[in-house]
Design a binder for this molecule. Structure first.
Ligand code: F0G
Length: 351
């Protein structure tokens, strides 16, 4: 077989699928763990980026979706459904297309990034916009899946999180141990739950000797875990994590407490600063929600909560091309300079 087989085959001993199931994969996983020299210097630590935008549909959701769609296909049901702030729907639509299943997605009207919508459209999903937020969409998707022959592929489907554990294992497999600290953006809280389960499993099995402290970061306008209560009207520029009532609340709290970690809110301003820094200094273009982990890292480094000399992994969860709108809005000089073909060198001040 040519190349990387996707996470189900790569971690076959740890990611079970039904006997005889056709594995539905797009080659997800095996994403770069990139040293981040600029962030390392700023923080006095050794910082790596787990670049999940390198997955087939451009986000970490593919790790869980290959497992969820493989199970859904094996079940014999013909349709899947999910609620989404955009990435889950893009991933579900792609894997469902691959499997020959119908995919329905419920999205909050006007609040998903353009690239994600484009993906769901091209993969042939049935897209329903709801005049409400992600939490409303998830409630509707759950109800629909209870009453009708359709598989729910949100992270409340437990097999999704089994697939997402593979990111923690890949990190340990590369580093030879777990990092000291792992930073994540937190929305519906499935990913932090899955990473912690993955690290804990590797430690329990003696593959590694340590587990990291889990640092979970939320946008200030959508920070229920920091506040300790659900938020009725979550708001942030990082639409991917515009979630007021995380489904995996308990899993996230367990990850934080059992690991000696923390939850922290970061402002949209700090998220956008980290977003620009990642692109301009590390060469890594992520979507705004993904920069939340880095904004949080910088905040904890600045106030001393990040011990100097730590080995840190920040997961950057989705690709920057998902959200061209935010990239172009006021962040850069949008208009490329019009120039005479003979005057290129002069315009660049190359003498
Ligand atoms: N980063 C990105 C780019 C996301 O799309 C999400 C979640 C998260 C972080 C947060 O992960 O929910 O496991 O805590 N997106 C979901 C979606 C809600 O519908 O695509 P989480």
């Amino acid at each position: 077989k040519a190349g990387w087989p996707g996470i189900i085959e790569a971690y076959a001993d740890r990611v079970p699928v039904p006997a005889g199931a056709e594995v539905i994969t797009l080659g997800e996983g095996n994403t770069p763990l990139m040293p981040a020299p600029h962030l390392s210097e700023l923080t006095g630590s050794t910082v790596y980026l787990k670049v999940e935008g390198a997955n087939p549909t451009g986000s970490f959701k593919d790790r869980g979706m290959t497992v969820a769609i493989t199970h859904a296909k094996a079940s014999g049901l013909q349709a899947v459904i999910c609620a989404s702030t955009g990435n889950t729907s893009a991933s579900a639509a792609a894997y469902a297309a691959r499997a020959g299943l119908t995919c329905a997605v419920l999205i909050p009207q006007g609040k998903i990034a353009m690239g994600k919508l484009a993906q769901a459209i091209l993969h042939g999903a049935r897209i329903l916009q709801i005049d409400g937020n992600f939490d409303d969409c998830l409630e509707l998707a759950r109800k629909t899946a209870i009453d009708h022959p359709v598989t729910l592929v949100n992270s409340v489907n437990p097999v999704r999180l089994i697939g997402q554990k593979t990111a923690a294992w890949e990190i340990c497999d590369v580093l030879g141990q777990a990092p000291d600290i792992h930073c994540l953006p937190v929305g519906n809280a499935g990913n932090i739950t899955a990473y912690w389960a993955g690290y804990s499993e590797y430690a329990a099995d003696g593959v590694v000797k340590n587990t990291p402290r889990m640092f979970g970061f939320q946008a200030a306008g959508a920070a229920p875990l920091v506040k300790g209560e659900p938020i009725a009207e979550p708001e942030t520029i990082a639409t991917a994590i515009r979630v007021g009532s995380p489904a995996s609340w308990e899993g996230a709290v367990k990850a934080k407490n059992a690991s000696g970690g923390l939850f922290e809110a970061v402002t949209d301003e700090k998220i956008l600063a980290a977003y620009r820094l990642l692109a301009s200094k590390e060469g890594v273009f992520v979507e705004p929600a993904s920069a939340t982990s880095v904004a949080g890292l910088l905040a904890t480094a600045a106030d001393g909560r990040l011990p100097k000399g730590s080995t840190v992994v920040c997961t950057v969860t989705g690709h920057g091309l998902k959200d061209p709108g935010t990239a172009l809005e006021g962040n850069v000089e949008v208009e490329p300079l019009a120039v005479d073909p003979r005057a290129v060198a002069a315009a660049l001040e190359l003498t």
